[in-house]
Structures are given as structure tokens and as C-alpha cells.
Design a protein around this ligand. Structure first.
Ligand SMILES: [Zn+2]
Length: 308
């Protein structure tokens, strides 16, 4: 946590770490020439995408199922993440990595990934559905990419690119300054209202366009370092310790409650009988049973000194 103006500001990385990272669920699509051709590859970098679908319900499962349903055009990505779920649509671990169709084009803006980047990269699709939460979707996109950097030993600064950097397609739109260009957004098929919604919702703490892309790269690089240093293991141990302390705390709370109950006497003690009777007669109390030891003692003192 960083201190800022007296308030603790939770950064993206703090949030990811305090949530212990996220599970990547295997939900492989069927073999198909359109989305899962079954070609094994050795990935040299990762490419970040957005689904481009801001409609309600365009979540991780919907996009994964879309890839699975393709019959006339090529499209897929290794992972898809929304605000709660990360799915692996294609195998993307170790020797089992298969090629997806996420970054194909007639020509490329970089030679870093060779002549055919589909054959040397992993792709992650970030969901931006209107009924989702972009901050959560973004955090999962950071998590997936940092895990790949960690697992495959990539340099986060050079091996992580936007679809935009590889082919020129403005993807993810909120990670490029095209998002500020009304005419370009209209040409991509977004109405004015949709473009406004994108600018209003698909930012992180006010960062949008190239600024958000720089923040994303930096978040991925920082998290990769933490994963390499084994910081997450430490964090998980801390979380476990905290859970143990919480369990111990509620156990003590239970015992305290039991002891507190025991303080209340089930019967009126003999030495207080006269005083209680007096108080009842004077209409001061109507339920004399179940008082605490202190209650009967005070009543007796008041009675004996003549106040009652
Ligand atoms: Zn893309």
C-alpha cells in the first residue's frame, strides 16, 4: 500500500496480490481448422487484445463459445478473461502450447515475432462487456500476461505487445489513442454514445489510450518481478496466517460470549431476595430473574442503605 494524502491508495498490483491472483480455468474449445488447428508452437511473447464487444453478456464464456462455434472465419485466443473468470480456450502451458488465430495480417509492424506472429505468440482477450467491471477484467489481463512472462522467461518490456503494435489494428482500443478520435471510432462501427461509454468506463483511475497501455506494461513487468522473486508464495503464507488468526479470534469471541452469559444468574441469590421483593413491590423492576451478580449486589446496597 502507498500512502497518498493521508489515504491509503490501493494500486492495481496491491489488489491483485491481496486477492491472491486468479485461477485460469481450462475450457479448451474443440479442434477445428478455424480456431484450434492443433499446431504446437514455442511462444516468444504475448499479445493483448480486447474483445471489442461492449454488449451485455459478452463475457469470457460467451467469447470462448464464439471461438468454438466458428465455421467460416479464423479467430481464437489462448485465454479470455472477464471480471470474474479467466478461461484457457487453447492449451497455453509449457510444451503443450497450441497456435491460436489472434494476430494474423497481410503485413506486420514488427519483426520481433518473426514472419508469422500467430506461430510465436500467446493471445489474451480482455472482456469489456457493459455488465462487467473493467477494473477486474484489466487486473486479470495483467495476471495472465505476467504469468506467461514468468513461465516462459519473457522480458515483459519487449515481449508483451498490443495487437496494435503487431498489425496496426486498434486493439485493445482503450490502450491506443484512437480511443480519443471520434471519426476513427465511428469508422470502427461505434456510435457516438458507445464511444462515450467506452471513454467513461474503460479506463483505470483516469488512464486511457497510450497512457493506459504504459500503465498495463508497467503492471505486467512489476508483477512478473514479484512472481520471479517468489513474493506470491510469501503472500499466500501471510493470507493463511491471517485466516488462522481470524479463526482463533472467533474462537475467543465465542468463549467470551459464554463467560458473559454465565455472569447472569439463573436464580435470584438468597441474600438479595428481600431487596428484589422490595424493588418489585415499588414497581421499580418487573422481571427480577436473570440479572447479573452486579445487578443484585447494587440492588441490595440500595435497599440496605435505605434508598430503596
Ligand atoms: Zn486484437
Amino acid at each position: 500500500m502507498r500512502e497518498g494524502g493521508g489515504l491509503e491508495i490501493a494500486t492495481i498490483l496491491d489488489e491483485i496480490l491481496s486477492e491472491g491472483g486468479y485461477e485460469i480455468v481450462n475450457a479448451f474449445i474443440n479442434s477445428s481448422p478455424w480456431a484450434r488447428p492443433g499446431r504446437h508452437i514455442v511462444p516468444r511473447g504475448g499479445v493483448i487484445h480486447w474483445t471489442g464487444n461492449i454488449g451485455r453478456g459478452a463475457n469470457a464464456w460467451a467469447n470462448r463459445n464464439y471461438f468454438d462455434s466458428l465455421r467460416d472465419n479464423y479467430a481464437s485466443a489462448h485465454t479470455v478473461g472477464d471480471d470474474t473468470t479467466i478461461l484457457a480456450a487453447l492449451p497455453c502451458l509449457n510444451e503443450e502450447v497450441e497456435m491460436a488465430y489472434h494476430v494474423g495480417a497481410a503485413s506486420y509492424r514488427t519483426s520481433y515475432f518473426g514472419a508469422y506472429p500467430n506461430a510465436s505468440t500467446l493471445g489474451h482477450e480482455m472482456c469489456v462487456n457493459a455488465d462487467g467491471n473493467f477494473r477486474e477484467s484489466y487486473k486479470r489481463a495483467v495476471w495472465v500476461m505476467a504469468n506467461w512472462c514468468f513461465q516462459f522467461g519473457w522480458d515483459a518490456d519487449s515481449a508483451v505487445m498490443r495487437h496494435y503494435d503487431v498489425t496496426g489494428k486498434p486493439c485493445p482500443l482503450p490502450f491506443t489513442d484512437v480511443v480519443h478520435d471520434n471519426r476513427h471510432c465511428a469508422a470502427l462501427g461505434f456510435t457516438e454514445a458507445q464511444t462515450a461509454w467506452i471513454r467513461d468506463h474503460l479506463h483505470i483511475d483516469g488512464l486511457l489510450g497510450e497512457a493506459l497501455w504504459r500503465a498495463y506494461k508497467s503492471d505486467v513487468a512489476d508483477l512478473t518481478v514479484i512472481l520471479r522473486e517468489g513474493g506470491l508464495t510469501m503472500l499466500q503464507q501471510l493470507v493463511q496466517k491471517m485466516e488462522e488468526l481470524q479463526a482463533r479470534n472467533s474462537e475467543l469471541e465465542n468463549r467470551f460470549n459464554q463467560l458473559e452469559k454465565a455472569l447472569y444468574l439463573s436464580q435470584i441469590p438468597d441474600w438479595a431476595a428481600d431487596s428484589v421483593q422490595c424493588a418489585v413491590q415499588k414497581g421499580l423492576i418487573d422481571t427480577p430473574e436473570g440479572g447479573s451478580y452486579d445487578f443484585y449486589r447494587t440492588l441490595t446496597i440500595l435497599h440496605r442503605n435505605g434508598t430503596l
